[in-house]
Design a protein around this ligand. Structure first.
Ligand code: C2E
Ligand code: CA
Ligand code: CA
Ligand code: CA
Length: 279
C-alpha cells in the first residue's frame, strides 16, 4: 500500500510538472506570438431575435501554434493576464476589431457594432482610455459601434482607477456590456454605480432553459430586469430552435450561439452577412 501511495504521488507530481512545463512553454511562445501579431480574431454574429438580422459581432481571440497546435483563448488569455502581455495583446485585438468593423461599414454594413472582451489588467493600465479615444479617431468609427465586454468581477472592482476608466469610456460614448451575467458569485449592486448598456446572459442559463422551470423563470426575470433598467439583453450559447423560441417568447433582444454560427474568420463572417436577411 505504501508503494502504491508513492507511485500515485509521483504520478501526481509528474502531471503537475507537465502542466508547469506546458504553461512556461506557452508563456515563452506567447511573447513571440504577440510581438509577431500571430494572434488572430474570429467573429461570432449577434442576431436580433425579432428580425433575425445580424446586428453585431463579438471578436474572439484565436491562436494556433505550429508546434503546440490550437491553444484555447481561456488558456492563453489567462496567462497573458498574469504576465501583463494582455496589455499589448489587447491593443492588437482592439485595433484589429475596429479595423475589421470599419471595413464592414465601408462595404455598406454600417448598422453593425463590434463587441470586444476586456481584461481587468487593461482597465488598470494608465492610458487605456486615451488609446481607445485615439483608435476611434484613427478609424473614424462612431463610439457607439464599439462595445466593451467586462465580467461581473471587473464591474465589482472598487479600484478607483478602474471605476474612473469605465466612466471615461462611457463618456467617450462607448457601450459597456456585462459578460457572463449571472454566472459565479455575484452581486448586482454594481448596476447602481457603473452605467451599463447591455447584459449578456451566461450560456449556462441557456443550457437548461427549456428543461428546467427554475432556469426558465430566472432567465425571464433577468430579461425583465434588463428592460426595466433600459438595458439591452443578449443570450449567449443559443444552440437550438427551442432556445430561440424561448427567447422570442420572453422578448430577449439578441441571441448569439452555434444555432446561427460558431465564431468564424473575418472572410467567412462577410459571407454570413451576405446570406443574412437584408436591411
Ligand atoms: P466569452 O467571452 O464568454 O465568449 C463566448 C465563448 O462561448 C466563446 O468561446 C465561444 O466560442 C463560445 N460559444 C459561442 N457560442 C456558443 C454556443 O452556442 N454554445 C457553447 N457551448 N459555446 C459557445 P472561446 O472563443 O473559446 O472563448 C472563451 C473565452 O475566452 C471567452 O468567453 C472570453 O472570456 C475569453 N476571450 C476570448 N477572446 C478574448 C479576448 O480577445 N480578450 C479577452 N480578454 N478574453 C477573450
Ligand atoms: Ca464575451
Ligand atoms: Ca460570455
Ligand atoms: Ca468569459
Amino acid at each position: 500500500a505504501k508503494k502504491k501511495g508513492k507511485n500515485q504521488f509521483s504520478l501526481y507530481t509528474a502531471e503537475l510538472e507537465q502542466q508547469r512545463i506546458r504553461k512556461s512553454k506557452i508563456e515563452q511562445l506567447l511573447h513571440i506570438a504577440v510581438e509577431n501579431q500571430e494572434i488572430s480574431l474570429y467573429y461570432q454574429p449577434i442576431v436580433d431575435t425579432v428580425s433575425k438580422r445580424i446586428i453585431g459581432l463579438e471578436a474572439l481571440a484565436r491562436w494556433s501554434h505550429s508546434e503546440l497546435g490550437y491553444i484555447p483563448p481561456n488558456e492563453f488569455i489567462s496567462i497573458a493576464e498574469e504576465n501583463g502581455l494582455i496589455v499589448p495583446l489587447g491593443k492588437h485585438i482592439l485595433k484589429t476589431a475596429c479595423q475589421h468593423l470599419k471595413h464592414l461599414h465601408k462595404m455598406g454594413f454600417n448598422h453593425l457594432y463590434v463587441s470586444v472582451n476586456l481584461s481587468l489588467r487593461q482597465l488598470r493600465h494608465h492610458g487605456f482610455t486615451a488609446f481607445i479615444s485615439r483608435l476611434l479617431q484613427e478609424t473614424a468609427l462612431e463610439p457607439n459601434c464599439l462595445e466593451l465586454e467586462i465580467t461581473e468581477n471587473i464591474a465589482l472592482s472598487d479600484e478607483e482607477h478602474v471605476v474612473n476608466s469605465i466612466r471615461a469610456l462611457k463618456n467617450l460614448g462607448i457601450r459597456i456590456a456585462i459578460d457572463d451575467f449571472g454566472s459565479g458569485y455575484s452581486s448586482i449592486g454594481y448596476l447602481r454605480t457603473i452605467s451599463v448598456d447591455t447584459l449578456k446572459i451566461d450560456k449556462s442559463f441557456l443550457f437548461d432553459v427549456t428543461t428546467n422551470s427554475n432556469t426558465a423563470q430566472l432567465t425571464a426575470a433577468i430579461v425583465t430586469l434588463a428592460h426595466s433598467l433600459s438595458l439591452k439583453i443578449v443570450a449567449e450559447g443559443v444552440e437550438t430552435k427551442e432556445h430561440l423560441r424561448f427567447l422570442e417568447q420572453h422578448h430577449c433582444d439578441m441571441a448569439q450561439g452555434y444555432l446561427f454560427s460558431p465564431p468564424v474568420p473575418f472572410e467567412q463572417f462577410i459571407s454570413l452577412l451576405y446570406n443574412n436577411p437584408s436591411p
